[in-house]
Design a protein around this ligand. Sequence first.
Ligand SMILES: N[C@@H](CCC(=O)N[C@@H](CS)C(=O)NCC(=O)O)C(=O)O
Length: 206
Amino acid sequence: MIKIWGRTDSSNVQKVLWCMGELGLDFERVDLGGKFGGNKETAYLDMNPNGLVPTIQVGDFILWESNSIMRYLNEKYGQGRLLPATPEGRASANRWMDWQLSVLNGAMVPLFWNLIRTPPEKRDPNVVKNALEKSSDAWRMVENQLAQTKYLGGDAFTLGDIPAGVWAYRWFNLPVERPKFDRLDGWYKGLCARPPYQKHIMIPLT
Ligand SMILES: N[C@@H](CCC(=O)N[C@@H](CS)C(=O)NCC(=O)O)C(=O)O
């Protein structure tokens, strides 16, 4: 049995829950982080020195970092089917996973925090404006990729779609005026038709 620690409204926990849904895996989840706390306690830090969620345990093996967790689960339980078979295909999908951590996250997090996790009177319009511009630029890159391939990592759904896909739900549901990106829209609608996406990602933004 796979055990996962992390609250269900965390984008990084959601990646892993969605991935497990795609792979049809059973798991036991423990609420941790955010309003549940516990992530700075010694017992948890012994498993995950970052004090962040998610962390998973499979037998004696403990792993943190959401993207690494997804790659591990796909390899261990999915015969690698959520990544392309060729080195080039895998690299292309991996690239979009890394891009979410290195680019998209930094653009979207200030937007999300200001509009969802900050009371209206404390929101900073400059932060929102700046983050909206950066996020629009980032989603334009996705739009351009989708002009070349059906999904981010190629012509089939892969792990490459999951990190950005988690944030796409936030992007399309934040109260902001978004530039119109037709391919992004179509890709997002396709994700919305996937049952694990509906179950783990399409939940109220908190
Ligand atoms: N790079 C890490 C980042 C993990 C992370 O930032 N997790 C956030 C939630 S999305 C967290 O633990 N925040 C503290 C909390 O929930 O209390 C990963 O991808 O797993």
